[in-house]
Structures are given as structure tokens and as C-alpha cells.
Design a protein around this ligand. Structure first.
Ligand code: ADP
Ligand code: ZN
Length: 609
């Protein structure tokens, strides 16, 4: 290394965490990553949304000489990221095409003078001819690549411009190169490390579990009314409602507005500037609710999203998990609610059937099945979700999903499970859903007759229930591991060992009916301070935050997070020194806003007594 990696004492790192960010403790993995960077090592980090990735590079950026180069894919996010860093007193700037030549020159001058801790650029800029030579002539402390999965064609968000980043290790042979992402399977992870040519990097794969998120499924009957009821129960909380079509987005937004909810629509059919404006209004807490298609996503850095409702069935678990992950980034309780109606399934099947590419169609089928299983099984939601990402959650109930919380009513469906299982067995475990259901319900099809399946013992014994009902039974058998689908060209149903006790009448089988009432469990530490209603002082402080955010044209959470407001409202500091004890307030924020905060608290205390 040309520049001896700074030998910083633990105490100095801890002090910076407190003075700059106002945090008293590191989150899991942060310290290890910061230390690796400070010692000059490459790093590769997979951490879920809200895990606290930005601190991992912003802290060393502050402590090291030179400028940390941050590669970030979204120009629209850069300004907020830079604003947030500047609010903490870091010297940060960005360089992108939204600036004119003069502004860009000014930033480059700062860079050359060593007057920046952080410089945010897009991958496109890095790929520009001559740009990496220019960088090589500056003092770059290390490079942090955000959303690093964009470099992998295996990932779901490939961006060709990221490929140029593979040359970083050549341009900067002695500089740590670090990569961060919230989404990477093992395969994508290896691909990223290879394409970036990382040199025996520190590898961190944080758990994907988000303990503060409450997962629940509600039977869907009237999505708009159900959403309205939820929002009314969670007044003043920020949330996102996802819908699949533009039309339903518009309809839901209109319905909510008519019922007095401050809501805005967001979908790809709106003009760019309307979209940008609506997103901005949400980020700045001017509206509580955005109703959106999944086009609304990457640009959401807001940390105090308190709920995400999927009013229609998502297409796959991966997307669902990422979308729900936009809630509760600040670590406070948040609710992820899915409205699940069997009526959504035929619509999605219709689209799937139009996919011409055979393997792709089968993948889509399988993805839909996974989502249906998630929603309909009587099994811990968290365990199911994490299992999907290859993470074992353990056997104890998570306690923070509707199933574990006992909110989901069970019905004993042992007899029907036996019927379905025996229909699978008696037809030789060689058929898919359609035919097995034909046999159970006694359908008179040519195929049934030709195969002689109308003579089976199970033929027609389930005629008293509808076909969709039997589909549900089969889906539940799959989700709970009593049946499996093989991977052949036409997926066929098979039973597993776990089915045997049920078939023999030695074990019961339950299916779930999701109940209407949805309430996230509160964390013990915040039990005394409901999230929805922080009391009158909280409201006053929030108003101050809104005013300050407007005045400085930054998102509200950049000024103070909800956690910070709540701590202020509870601990009620009255002198400047006490402010530094509050979560999220460092030296710079105390200086900037301390007086106004203290004035509000003092006035409140006086009027209270
Ligand atoms: P990510 O980029 O991984 O999605 P962020 O970097 O945006 O996550 O961090 C999410 C939230 O967690 C932010 O509000 C951030 O201030 C907060 N945070 C990060 N590190 C800590 C910490 N050590 N203690 C408390 N809060 C933290
Ligand atoms: Zn659970």
C-alpha cells in the first residue's frame, strides 16, 4: 500500500461513530467491515436493506486521508445520499449528468484539493473515456461499489456499465476496493467477486432476517377497503401499497384520497416529472401513502416506511422480499401485509401461459407456486422467506409473524389431505394438479376414462368441494412439505415421507384461514412508546422536522429519523450536552438544529406543568 493504512485505535473509531453519526453501538458486521477497510483490505458485503451499509464506507471515508469514491447506480438517489452525509458533517459531493459543466468543474477541483471525504459517481461516469486516468491522479482512499449485484448477469438487475468497474484493481493496485449489495445468491456473490477482481476480500454475508418486520397475510375480499382499514388503524404512518396494474394503482389511490387519506399514485404510465414529484413528496413526508406498481422501488431510501401492503399477489418471493424490505429500515417495527385471494392466481397464470420460452415459463410457474405456498401455508412466514434464500431460521417460532403470533386460524383438514394424497398415490404420482383434481372431484374427462381412473377408490369422493378448494389443499400439502413437484417438463405431484403419518391417520393436517386483525408486535424496548402515536411532543418535533426538511430541501429522515424524534420526546433533553446522548444526533446536527429542538422541548415542558 502506498499510503500506510491508518492505525486507528478502537476508541477513535468508536468516537467517530458517536460524534459523526450519533450512534452508540455498531450494528452486526459493521465494525468488522470498517476495520478491514481501514487496514487496506478489499471487502465484499451482502447485507439486507436497512442493515446499515452506508455507514460501513462513510465512517472509514471520514477517518482516512483522501477521498472515498462511491459508485452508485441511481442519479436520483445520489443527491439524497450526499445530503444525508453532509447533514452528518461529512464532506461529500456527487458528479453526474444533472450538473452543468461549471458545477462539475467545481466538484473536480474539490476532489483535486483533497477537500472531499466522499465522491459519489455513477458507473456511466466511471466508464467515460479518460475518467479513470483523472481519478488515478487524485488521492482516492478507497472505492465503495453500491448495488454491486448490477455487475452480474446472473442477478436480476444487470447493468452493462458496471462491467467497466472490473478495471478498478488495475487503476488502483494499492487501494481497497469494496462492494456492497442487499441481494445476491451464492452464485451471484462469486460472480461479483470475480468480475471486480477483488483480492482475497473480507466476505460478509449478513443474515437476511429482519427481526423488526412483522409478516402477515390477509384473505383478500375488497383490497381497497382492506387497505383503508389498515391505514386508518395506522394513522400518520408512512407506507407503500403495491398493486400490479396502472389501473388498479389509480383506482386505489383515488379511493384512499376520497376517504381522506393523503395518498399519491406512482406507475410507469405517469410523466417523469409527476413521478419524480410524487416520489419526492413521499420521501419528504408530505404524503403518508404511495400506491405504486413495482416501478416504485430503487429510488426509495426513506428509512421510516412503517408498512408495505401488497394488495395483489406478487410474482415471486425474491421481489416480494425486496419490496417488503423497504419498510423499517430504521430498525423500528414495521408491518408487511399481503392480501391473498385465490382469484389473483388465474390472472397471473394467464400471463404465464403467454410466455413462449418453455424453461422461462416453467420458472414463472414455479415462482407463482412459491408465492401461493407462502401465503397459504400454515407455517412461520419468516422461516419460509428465509428458507427461500437458503437460510435456516431455526425451529423456535419467530414470534413476529401472524402464524407464530397465533393470529391465523387453523382448520383441521386431515380428511381432505388424506383424499388428495391418496389420489396422488393411486394415479401413480405421475400427474399434475389438473388431473389429480379431476380424479378427486369425479370429472368426466376423456383422459380420466382412457386411463381408467374413474374406477379408482378416490374417484369423485371430493365432489362436495370446488376445484379451487382442492387446489388449495394441494398447495398446502406442497407448502408444508407433504407433497413435492418434480422438475420435469410437466410438473407432477408426488408425496413425501412426511405425508405418511397423515395418510395413516397418525397425524393431523391443518390449513390456515388468515384473520382480519393485523397488528405488528412491538419490540420490548419500545413497548412504552407506541410507534403510531408518539404523543404531542413527538408531533411538535415532527412538525419542526417537516419545516426544516422543506427549508433545506432534503428528505425529512435526513434531518432526524423517527427513532431520534421518539427518543427526544421521551428523554426530553433540555441542554445541548444532553442532545449528544440521543440516537442519531452527532456534533453537526446538534450545532445545526439543537437550539430549535431544545426550544420546542422546553416550551412543551413548561406548558405541560
Ligand atoms: P442500507 O444501505 O444497508 O439499506 P442504511 O445505510 O441506509 O442501510 O442504514 C439504514 C438505517 O440504519 C439508517 O437510518 C442508518 O442511520 C441506521 N444505522 C446504520 N448504522 C447504525 C448503527 N450502528 N446504529 C444505529 N442506527 C444505524
Ligand atoms: Zn413466524
Amino acid at each position: 500500500m502506498s499510503k500506510a493504512p491508518t492505525e486507528l485505535s478502537e476508541q477513535r473509531i468508536k468516537n467517530a461513530l458517536h460524534d459523526i453519526f450519533g450512534f452508540s453501538e455498531f450494528r452486526p458486521n459493521q465494525k468488522e467491515i470498517v476495520t478491514a477497510i481501514l487496514s487496506g483490505r478489499d471487502a465484499f458485503v451482502v447485507m439486507p436493506t436497512g442493515g446499515g451499509k452506508s455507514l460501513c464506507y462513510q465512517l472509514p471515508a471520514h477517518l482516512m486521508d483522501g477521498t472515498c469514491l462511491v459508485v452508485s447506480p441511481l442519479i436520483s438517489l445520489m443527491k439524497d445520499q450526499v445530503d444525508a452525509a453532509v447533514e452528518n458533517g461529512l464532506r461529500a459531493a456527487f458528479l453526474n449528468s444533472s450538473q452543468d459543466a461549471g458545477e462539475r468543474r467545481a466538484v473536480l477541483n474539490q476532489l483535486r484539493r483533497g477537500a472531499l471525504d466522499l465522491l459519489y459517481i455513477s458507473p456511466e461516469r466511471f466508464a467515460l473515456e479518460g475518467f479513470s486516468d483523472l481519478l488515478a491522479s487524485c488521492h482516492i482512499s478507497f472505492v465503495a461499489i453500491d448495488e454491486a449485484h448490477c455487475i452480474s448477469e446472473w442477478g436480476h438487475d444487470f447493468r452493462p456499465d458496471y462491467l467497466a468497474l472490473g478495471s478498478l484493481t488495475k487503476t488502483f493496485p494499492d487501494t481497497p476496493i469494496t462492494a456492497f449489495t442487499a441481494t445476491a445468491t451464492m452464485k451471484v456473490q462469486e460472480d461479483i467477486v470475480q468480475r471486480l477482481n477483488l483480492r482475497t476480500p473480507l466476505r460478509v454475508r449478513a443474515s437476511f432476517n429482519r427481526p423488526n418486520l412483522y409478516y402477515a397475510v390477509q384473505q383478500k375480499n375488497d383490497a381497497n377497503r382492506q387497505a383503508l382499514r389498515f391505514i386508518t388503524d395506522h394513522r400518520n404512518q408512512a407506507g407503500i401499497i403495491y398493486r400490479t396494474t396502472r389501473k388498479s394503482v389509480e383506482a386505489t389511490a383515488e379511493f384512499l384520497i376520497k376517504n381522506g387519506i393523503r395518498a399519491l399514485p406512482y406507475h410507469a404510465g405517469l410523466d417523469d416529472d409527476v413521478r419524480a414529484k410524487n416520489q419526492e413528496a413521499f420521501n419528504r413526508d408530505e404524503v403518508a401513502v404511495v400506491v405504486a406498481t413495482i416501478a416504485f422501488g430503487m429510488g426509495i431510501d426513506k428509512s421510516n416506511v412503517r408498512f408495505v401492503i401488497h394488495a395483489d399477489l406478487p410474482k415471486n418471493i425474491e421481489g416480494y422480499y425486496q419490496e417488503t424490505g423497504r419498510s423499517g429500515r430504521d430498525g423500528d417495527p414495521a408491518c408487511c401485509l399481503l392480501f391473498f385471494g385465490y382469484g389473483d392466481i388465474p390472472k397471473i397464470r394467464h400471463f404465464i401461459n403467454q410466455i413462449e420460452d418453455e424453461p422461462e415459463r416453467r420458472r414463472a410457474e414455479r415462482s407463482l407456486q412459491d408465492v401461493v405456498n407462502y401465503a397459504s401455508a400454515h407455517a412461520c412466514r419468516r422461516r419460509q422467506l428465509l428458507g427461500y434464500f437458503g437460510e435456516q431460521f431455526g425451529h423456535a417460532p419467530c414470534g413476529n409473524c401472524d402464524v407464530c403470533a397465533g393470529k391465523v386460524e387453523r382448520t383441521d383438514a386431515t380428511r381432505d389431505a388424506q383424499i388428495a394424497l391418496s389420489a396422488i398415490v393411486r394415479t401413480g404420482q405421475r400427474f399434475g394438479f389438473g388431473h389429480v383434481i379431476d380424479v378427486i372431484t369425479g370429472a368426466e374427462t376423456d383422459r380420466v376414462r382412457a386411463l381408467g381412473h374413474d374406477t379408482l377408490k378416490t374417484y369423485g369422493v371430493g365432489a362436495d368441494h370446488s376445484r379451487p378448494y382442492w387446489r388449495r389443499v394441494l398447495d398446502n400439502l406442497l407448502a408444508q412439505g407433504l407433497a413435492g413437484l418434480d422438475d420435469g417438463e410437466y410438473p407432477t405431484l408426488q408425496i413425501t415421507e412426511q405425508a405418511l403419518p397423515v395418510l395413516k391417520g397418525q397425524a393431523q393436517f391443518f390449513m390456515s384461514e388468515a384473520q382480519a386483525e393485523i397488528r405488528p408486535r412491538r419490540r420490548k424496548t419500545t413497548a412504552a412508546t407506541p410507534v403510531s402515536d408518539g404523543g404531542p411532543l413527538f408531533e411538535k418535533l415532527r412538525d419542526l422536522r417537516t419545516t426544516l426538511a422543506k427549508k433545506h430541501s432534503v428528505p425529512a429522515y435526513v434531518i432526524f429519523t423517527d427513532t431520534t424524534l421518539r427518543e427526544l420526546a421521551i428523554r426530553r433533553p433540555t441542554i445541548p450536552a444532553q442532545l449528544l446522548q440521543i440516537h442519531g444526533i452527532g456534533a453537526r446536527k446538534r450545532e445545526q438544529y439543537g437550539d430549535q429542538v431544545l426550544a420546542i422541548i422546553r416550551r412543551h415542558i413548561e406548558s405541560d406543568s
